[in-house]
Design a protein around this ligand. Structure first.
Ligand code: NAD
Length: 502
């Protein structure tokens, strides 16, 4: 480890410091630490300092294929798939216990790796724990042998694990999303190969260290393969030995993964990007609504797929609400993610910062007004990838109103009637999360149900609850979503058993 922000930060526990000091972080396959056959590796940076915090092995297709073979073998031979459901659930609870006991360690790794404000990283770790406990408990309530009453036949549906499942996840919520993917698959008795994003592989690897140290899973049940998207990610998506695939990330890569899995006839779940709208009516408490909208768009620096990035405001409160939002956005404390006074940290990398800044330019070139100018932010002593929040206004046909920016940038526009608010919200290729804001709850229910999206929220945004399906439609996803009983069912293969009666 170089002399970096890590060493200057008091919050680093010795176990985390030791983990980060590992000269080469290897992939975890079959219960062992493995390196790419060609010896190649890539660097991982702290987005807040811009400095290197880890070097990670960069697996290629042959390395990934070996990991999949091991996951397939573990499915058949480790005993995991055939284990009593309650026993498997106990394993998941033990993983949750182990993460809970080291919550601060996991949050530190996550915050340093993806630039997330430390308290938000703590929230993600808690979410991972909750996800493991939720699916552990749910797996014990499933009817694994469901009798079907039909004339002249004895019939039932038996639910079995599928086999080895592949997961490719992005950098914005690395640990939380690992939990959303792995927990239902494991609870159902499958084995897993997870490919984290190359910017943020560390929390998944830290999890493997804990699982190995405490012997929480049979070898080969959970495998983490590190590497670049176009090599290791592509290898996961193309492997024909998986039985289920799950991808979370951009629509562009999602299409490639879905095509590759489709060629092998492997069912694939895609959780993709978004361009969510908040439809705000004139009876809201303007200050409270401004506070919540600004919190949502600055949360994790706007790198949230389901964020409200189009604020549609009923005309008669437009000026007041916009003024309130601008005041709050200007006062957001931008700073290093481990600094307790920071409210908004950096973007994940310099490419993402260039992307966000370029959308401000493209939006203006396409006719938008930049009513809060945003731009790069300088944090004394840090060379990280910071930007200020920005607001654009104008026609919703503007490029910045149509394409996902993935930063603390909102596009605002007025509307007159309920009908127009709904029409503008739905005028997008995406369909992940929209919200409606009004004191009139009947109107809220009407508008929420009229959204063409996977999720419709009332007087709040980004509301994700275990037990409630969360997924996208259109360019935001396909294949069923996450965190609900449906998700567990997706990881159970149904087989109909029928015997004619004489
Ligand atoms: P990305 O699509 O660039 O990368 C996601 C993952 O795919 C990474 O692990 C990457 O290594 C891998 N990858 C890249 N190229 C690949 C290829 N050719 N084949 C296979 N895998 C490949 O996305 P990102 O920039 O990491 O994440 C941001 C995107 O994720 C945004 O669009 C965001 O909206 C979306 N997202 C969606 C959800 C959801 O639940 N809907 C959640 C989080 C993020």
């Amino acid at each position: 480890m170089s002399t970096s922000s890590i060493e200057r930060t008091n919050a680093i526990a010795p176990a985390v410091a030791k983990f980060l000091a590992t000269p080469l972080h290897k992939s975890f396959v079959g219960g062992r630490w493995v390196e790419a056959a060609d010896g190649q590796a890539f660097d991982v940076l702290d987005p807040g300092s811009g400095e290197k915090i880890a070097t990670v092995t960069s697996l290629k297709k042959a390395d990934v294929d070996k990991a999949v073979d091991i996951a397939v073998d573990a499915f058949h031979n480790s005993g995991w798939a055939k284990m009593q459901v309650a026993e498997r659930a106990a394993c998941l609870h033990r993983i949750a216990d182990a993460v809970e006991a080291r919550k601060a360690e996991f949050a530190t790794v996550e915050a340093l790796d993806c630039g997330k404000i430390y308290d938000q990283a703590l929230g993600d770790v808690q979410n991972f724990i909750d996800t493991f406990r939720y699916f552990a408990d749910l797996s014990q309530a499933v009817n694994y042998r469901q009798v079907i009453a039909v004339k002249n036949h004895e019939a039932w549906v038996s639910r079995q694990a599928w086999g080895a499942c592949g997961f490719i996840i992005p950098w914005n919520f690395p640990f939380l999303l690992a939990g959303w993917g792995l927990a239902p698959a494991l609870a159902a008795g499958n084995t897993c190969v997870l490919k984290p994003a190359e910017d943020t592989p560390l929390s998944a690897l830290y999890l493997c260290h804990v699982i190995q140290e405490l012997e929480l899973l049979p070898n080969g049940v959970l495998n983490v393969v590190t590497g670049l998207g176009e090599t290791a990610g592509a290898a996961v998506s193309q492997n024909p030995k998986f039985r289920r695939m799950s991808f979370t990330g951009s629509p562009e890569v999602g299409r490639m993964v879905a095509e590759a899995a489709g060629r092998n006839l492997i069912p694939v779940k895609c959780e993709l990007g978004g361009k969510g709208a908040a439809v705000i009516f004139n009876d809201v408490d303007v200050q409270e609504t401004a506070e919540k909208l600004v919190q949502a768009i600055t949360f994790h620096s706007g790198q949230v797929c389901c964020d409200a990035t189009r604020w549609l405001i009923q005309r008669d409160i437009y000026d007041d609400l916009v003024d309130e939002c601008i005041t709050r956005m200007k006062s957001v404390q931008i700073g290093y993610q481990m600094d307790g006074s920071s409210q908004m940290g950096p973007l994940v990398n310099s490419k993402q910062r260039s992307r966000v800044l370029s959308y401000l330019q493209k939006g203006v070139a396409d006719g938008a007004d930049l009513i809060l100018e945003g731009g790069a932010a300088e944090i004394p002593g840090k060379k990280g990838f910071y930007v200020k929040p920005a607001l654009l206004a104008g026609s919703l046909n503007n490029v910045a109103a149509r394409e996902e920016i993935f930063g603390p940038v909102a596009f605002i526009a007025p509307f007159a009637s309920e009908e127009e608010g709904i029409r503008l919200a739905n005028d997008t290729d995406y369909g992940l999360g929209n919200s409606v804001w009004s004191k009139d709850l009947q109107r809220c229910a009407r508008v929420a149900e009229a959204f063409i999206s996977g999720n419709g929220w009332i007087n709040a945004h980004n509301v994700i609850v275990h037990g409630v399906p969360y997924g996208g439609v259109g360019k935001s996803g396909m294949g069923g979503g996450v965190v609900s009983p449906d998700t567990l069912n997706d990881y159970l293969r149904p087989i109909s058993v029928v015997r004619p009666l004489k």
